[in-house]
Design a protein around this ligand. Structure first.
Ligand SMILES: CC(C)(COP(=O)(O)OP(=O)(O)OC[C@H]1O[C@@H](n2cnc3c(N)ncnc32)[C@H](O)[C@@H]1OP(=O)(O)O)[C@@H](O)C(=O)NCCC(=O)NCCS
Length: 174
C-alpha cells in the first residue's frame, strides 16, 4: 500500500472534550510522555477535570488516546504540583495550562498545537487576561514557539530544575 493510500485509510486525529472515563488513557499517555519521574495521580488530574471541564481536551485516533491537555481558571502564580485543587480562586481572571502531553507515537503531527488551540479558544472566550503555564526545562522552547514569554517567578517545589513560568497574551486582543 502506498504512503498516500495508507494515510487515506488511517482515521484522522480527533480533538474532543475530555471525559472522566478518559483518565486511564491519560495516565498511560502521561507515563509514555514523562516516564516514571513525573506522574500526577488520577485523583489530582480528575479534580481539575471536574472543576474545569471546558479547559480539558483529549486527542484520539480510531479510539486510541494520543494526547491530552488540562487547563483551568486561575488567579496568579503557579499552583503546587501533585496537590489537589479544592476550589478555583474567586477572582480567576487567568487561564492556567496545567499539563499538555502527547504520546511519543504521535509526535510532530500537530496534536500538541491542536490541543493548545482548544485551550487558547476557551481562555479567550472566558475573557481571561492571559494564559499562563510552567514549562518544564525541555519544553521551554516549544512554548516560546507557540508565543509564550518567560516571566521571573519563584515556583513551588516539584517542577524540577530549569522549569520556567511563562505567559501568553493577550495576543487574542491584537
Ligand atoms: C512538547 C509536546 C507536547 C509537543 O507535542 P507535539 O504534538 O509533538 O507537537 P506539535 O506537533 O504540535 O509541534 C511540533 C513542533 O514543535 C517542535 N517541538 C516539539 N517538541 C519540542 C521541544 N521540546 N522544544 C522545542 N520544539 C519542540 C517540533 O520540532 C515541531 O516543530 P516544526 O513544526 O517546526 O516541525 C510533546 O513533545 C510532549 O508531550 N513532550 C513531553 C511532555 C512535555 O514536555 N509537555 C510540556 C510540559 S510543560
Amino acid at each position: 500500500m502506498s504512503a498516500d493510500a495508507l494515510a487515506a485509510a488511517s482515521p484522522a486525529v480527533a480533538l474532543r472534550a475530555m471525559r472522566m472515563d478518559d483518565l486511564d488513557a491519560v495516565m498511560r499517555i502521561q507515563r509514555e510522555a514523562y516516564g516514571d519521574a513525573y506522574q500526577e495521580s488520577a485523583d489530582v488530574l480528575g479534580r481539575k477535570l471536574s472543576l474545569a471541564p471546558e479547559g480539558c481536551w483529549f486527542a484520539e485516533r480510531g479510539g486510541e488516546g494520543l494526547g491530552y491537555v488540562f487547563a483551568h481558571p486561575w488567579s496568579a502564580g503557579a499552583p503546587c504540583l501533585h496537590a489537589q485543587i479544592e476550589n478555583l480562586p474567586p477572582r480567576a481572571d487567568h487561564g492556567f495550562l496545567h499539563d499538555l502531553a502527547v504520546s511519543p507515537r504521535a509526535r510532530g503531527l500537530g496534536v500538541g498545537r491542536g490541543l493548545f488551540g482548544k485551550v487558547r479558544s476557551w481562555s479567550e472566550r472566558a475573557g481571561h487576561q492571559a494564559l499562563a503555564l510552567v514549562a518544564l526545562a525541555d519544553a521551554v522552547a516549544y512554548w516560546r514557539g507557540l508565543g509564550f514569554a518567560a516571566e521571573p517567578l519563584a515556583l513551588p517545589d516539584g517542577y524540577g530544575a530549569g522549569a520556567v513560568f511563562m505567559r501568553y497574551g493577550p495576543a487574542w486582543q491584537g
